[in-house]
Design a protein around this ligand. Structure first.
Ligand SMILES: [Zn+2]
Length: 187
């Protein structure tokens, strides 16, 4: 049996800043469904208190407390250790405007074409062809896939979307796709 520190380290925790990252951590349930997101300090506290288990961590970012009692990778996705029934959040209207950060956050910084780490967004229908900056026309994409696709539709570029924001019922479709990808890769 392991002993867990019972301190609540919110105040003294510092995370290495990454410009385009977020302050929230995604939460999945025992069934691996994405339940929502919490502030990263709540995720860290929950990991320490045994409410969550780690599922996906950031490649470079770490969480460190001033006293050195906490030093762990920054949690991107955590999994609840208990059964909690949380209703899904509905997707925003597909035709409303979304920013680059909105879309990166929604898709969990996961490339919709290769599953790699994404820092850019792709217009499914290219801007040059009338594609808009809307929730339904944008997906997170890595630079390689984005440049490879260029001014083409996925069909024209023969690139398959791992999930399609136009055909999903959850706001967290991108994160959910990443969870299935991690599970299939033998996590
Ligand atoms: Zn990619």
């Amino acid at each position: 049996m392991t002993t867990r520190p019972r301190t609540r380290p919110h105040r003294h925790i510092a995370a290495t800043a990454i410009a385009d990252h977020t302050s929230t951590t995604f939460v999945i349930g025992l069934d691996y469904d994405v339940k929502g997101e919490v502030h990263w300090t709540s995720a860290v506290t929950g990991l320490i208190d045994g409410i969550y288990s780690g599922f996906k961590v950031h490649e470079g970012r770490r969480v460190r407390s001033a006293g050195g009692t906490v030093d762990m990778p920054w949690p991107v996705i955590v999994r609840l250790n208990y059964w909690v029934d949380i209703p899904f959040r509905r997707i925003p209207d597909l035709h409303t405007r979304a920013s680059r950060l909105d879309v990166l956050r929604r898709d969990g910084w996961t490339c919709a074409y290769c599953g790699g780490h994404a820092r850019t967004v792709d217009h499914i229908i290219p801007e040059s062809r009338g594609g808009t900056w809307t929730w339904g026309n944008l997906v997170a994409a890595c630079a390689v896939c984005n440049q490879g696709k260029a001014d083409r539709t996925p069909d024209e570029a023969r690139m398959k979307l791992l999930w399609d924001p136009r055909a999903t019922t959850s706001e967290y479709a991108g994160v959910q796709a990443e969870v299935w990808r991690i599970l299939e890769s033998g996590f």
